[in-house]
Design a protein around this ligand. Sequence first.
Ligand code: NI
Length: 227
Amino acid sequence: MINVIPHVLPPAQLAEARRLLATAEWVDGRATAGHQGAWVKDNQQTSENHPVTLQVGGMILQSLAQNSLFMSAALPLHILPPLFNRYSGGQQFGTHVDGSIRTMPGTGQRLRTDLSCTVFLSDPADYDGGELIIEEQAGTKRVKLPAGQMILYPSTSVHHVTPVTRGTRLCSFFWLQSMIRDNGRRALLFEMDVGIQRVAADSKPDHLGVIQLTGVYHNLLRQWAEV
Ligand code: NI
């Protein structure tokens, strides 16, 4: 399942994020690539400890904590701090899979990457190329979102970023471990939650069917969740 989360950074925060990131120190993105990634990765990143990385990352996490679509689709257990990359002058990220285990900075806690997140920070009209291409069983998905929107996709998928041939593509990217490890189970819970919300919107607040279905949702979560 691939979800677009539309309202991650509103225009004022987006402008602030771009202003701050323009002042940050940018280094070769290969610094944080794994064995396979280093061959195909060609972009720039801010370092994970840079104050701008921490500040803008905090803005994104604060916003997501209040985003019910994100919470329902991701069912996050642990979220790694957001990082930032940019591509220009033909830079790209060739076909790869994201590493399965990452370490939480500071604590050393290991996380399993279940979902990969990319928040688009540049206006799509300001650059050519730079599409995120995700290969899924259902087919290939090409993603280039308006600034301030985020894509959430399974970290199990093979993906790449096409060359940026004009302008600059600025994004935030990060990973999370979900309470629900299995992509299929997580998708079922999301569908069920959306369905319950739809029925509830058209029913009386004490509709017994809604209460029963909400109970089933939570009991499935109880059976499947790692917390
Ligand atoms: Ni990747």
